[in-house]
Structure formats: C-alpha cells, structure tokens
Write a protein that binds this ligand. Sequence first.
Ligand code: ADP
Ligand code: MG
Length: 455
Amino acid sequence: MDLNQQWNKVLDILQNEVTAVTFDLWVEPLKPIQYCDDEFLMVANSVTAKNQANNPNLFQKIQNAVRKVFNNYTILKIIDNEEARSIKNKEEELTKEIPQQSSYFSNENKVESKFNSKYTFDNFIVGKSNQVVQAAVYTVACYPSEKINPLFIYGGVGLGKTHLLHAAGNYLVEHRPELNVLYVTCETFTNDYVDSLRLAKDKSNTAFRDKYRNVDVLMIDDIQFISNKPGIQEEFFHTFNDLYQNNKQIIIASDRAPKEMSALEERLRSRFSSGLIQDIQSPDYGTRVAILRKKASQEGYLVDDDVINYIAEFYDTNVREMEGILSKVCFYSSLIGKSSASMEDAKEALKDIDYTSNNTITADKIINTVCEYFKVSKDDIIGKKKNKEIVEPRQLCVYLINEMINIPLAAIGEIFGGRDHTTIMHARDKISTQIKVNPHIKTIVQDIKSQISKH
Ligand code: ADP
Ligand code: MG
C-alpha cells in the first residue's frame, strides 16, 4: 500500500473524529510527503493551516489516527510549503532511499500536472463579469491549438483565473489523455530555470527543455511575477516561440494586462497580443450569491440564505476573500456546535471586521442628523411606527447610510431593529427614485448630507 492509500485510511478515521468543517479546512488538505525512520511528514497548504493542524487538540487526534494506521510508534510532523521546499533540497538523497514513497517530490522531468479537482468548469459560476473569459478558456480546452492561441487572461486577485486554468487542465486530462498538459506558476518556471543553470555545470541543460518543450498545452499562471532579469525572459521567449511554432497551445494568466507589465520586454508583449487577451471582472451581486451557494454545497456547509446575502453584499472584489469569510462563519458555527450557520453566527464570527474603520461617518451620526433635521426621536426612527412623519425620515436614513457608508443591507437592517434586507432595499430604492423625480427631496438629501459631513 502506498503512502497516499495509507493516508486515505487515516482520513477515514479522522472524518469521524473531527467536525466536518475542521476536516474540510485543516485535515483533508494535508499532504503526506514522506514516511521513514518512524517519522511521518505532512505538508499543510498554508502557514495558517499548519498552525491549525499543530493545535494540540487537533494534532493529538491526527497523531492517534496516524498511529492506528501505521501500527507502530510514529512521530508526526506537520510543516508548511516553505519548510517542505528546504527539505526538497535533500530530494535526491531522499528519493534514492525511499523510492515510490513520495509523490510530492516526484520526478519533474515527467510532465504531469496535478489539477485541483474542485476547480472544474462545472464549479465555475458564469456571470456577466467572466462569461467571455470562461468561454475563451473553455474553447481552448475543447480545441487546443485550433481556435485561440495564445490565450492571455488577466484580472484582479481572487477572481477565478487559477480556477479556470485548472478547469481547462481537468477537462483536458479527461477528454484528451494523450496530450501532455503542463501547468506551472511563473515562480516554478523561474525556479526550474535557475535550477537548470545550476545543474548545467555538470550535465547539459536538457531537463528544463524536456519539461517545457515537450508539452502540447502549457499554462503559466501569475506571469506578472516574471522577473525583469533578461535570462528568464529570454528563456521564456524561446520556450514560447518553440511551442507556438510547433502549434502547441499556450495559456497565460496574469493580474494585469500585458501593457501594464512594465518589466515585460516588448517582444514578449507583442507575442501575447498575437492571440486573445481577455480580462475578467469582479462578479456582480447575483453571481457572488451563486458562487457562495455553490461553495456551501460543495463543502457541505449548511448556511442560512441571509448569511449568504450578507457576505455577498460585503465582499465585492475578491472571491477568495469572500469564500474565506464563508468558511470562517461556518467554522465558527460548527465550533459552537450548530449544524447550520445563522446571521447571529455570522455577526459573531465577523465582529472584529470593522466596516467603518476608515470612515468618520457612522450610521449613528447619520441617524442623529436626520432626527435633528426632522425633529423626530431616534427611538421612533429605529422603532416600528408606520406613520408618514416617521417612515420618510427612516427611509432617508437607510438611503444615506447605504450611500455614505459601505455596509451590507442586512447590517443596515440590524440597525433598524432587525428589518430584513429586502425591506431595506425597498426603502433605499424608494428614496433614490424620489430624488430623481422630486427636486424637493433632492434638496433635503443634499442639506442633510452637508450637515453630516460638517459634524
Ligand atoms: P485568481 O487566480 O484569479 O487569483 P482563483 O482562481 O484562485 O483566483 O479564485 C479564488 C477562489 O475563488 C477559488 O476558490 C475559486 O474557486 C473561487 N472562484 C472565483 N471565481 C469563481 C466563480 N466564478 N465561480 C466559482 N468559484 C469562483
Ligand atoms: Mg491565481
């Protein structure tokens, strides 16, 4: 039985020992990398994940499970990628000693990219912001080297570029197993190149070329990190040309457009523009809600709709952060023993996030100013009264809070005695329509705004 199979047994045990969220977040992503001399070495996918897994409570459980499977006294070590990399320097000795046991340090000459099985086209929510990019990547996956080559996709952090590259990889592995598909980050490309220079002293520089020039599809992620060292760009340029001339598919992802990459040589920039350069935008609210729903069902989280809406309103520029918040809320609710995450849990889990930190205008200040202006009491404004003299100022408060402070509608609802976010949305929309058609309201809003800013 190989290391991975044994590790799967450990996972089976742990699944019953820890909560689903702990399992998903901290246990399952651990990768066993080495087992020798009674020492069992695992790598966590981030420093946070390493710290969580080394937390005494969880660590004890993992260790007990490992010992059950390995049947002898086993010392467990959980490290992060950085530490794994320094061990990698001893790679040659290690792999000689324990052949086959380490898939993590596998021989890189063989082109074999592992794609994250969660990053598929099916799991990618398509909306206005990303439909063109998604279609482009999908086309490339279906017709490599035939339709769009090279494909250069770019957009802000956490918007799904890596997800799409992996989706293409997964698709190709499934539908075109005969093709050599290589996914690397710019960092790996650079490291491989630097290594090849180091090795070139004793052998000829073929490992690097074998790896990069024998592929049918090359994907390079985060190309913005390409260093401005001429050697790397030179090598990349040759790799690119070589593949391109041999009609091989190239897909590149970056956080900015080629024209904004100052370190990029002109000849590379013009190579990129010979194919399609396509940007990916931040998802709109509906798409964000759909992404969160998908994520929740994928991870087996049970979450109230309110919570999904609340998070989707707040996080509008980075899907990764938004998903992180969802995990945090679910993790919190599982910690306190709940089966499903509610608004209360969300607020408790997120209470250290200060929505108004860079803003001297607070909801309180807005409400007080409106109360003063209309000579009504704050209790009435946030209370339940339905007479016109109160309802109008209340709607104005909602409108102004929404406009002047970046807080979710659901959070505004909370300020107004727990009204739900659709009521809040209605109030806001009513005033914004009135402003357009009624100059009197428009003047009132301007007056109040200037008073708020003066305070
Ligand atoms: P980038 O590479 O652009 O920085 P990633 O591809 O790493 O971003 O995406 C960050 C996270 O957001 C991933 O977990 C990814 O699955 C998720 N994500 C981003 N966009 C979408 C989408 N449209 N549908 C589903 N998940 C998405
Ligand atoms: Mg990425």
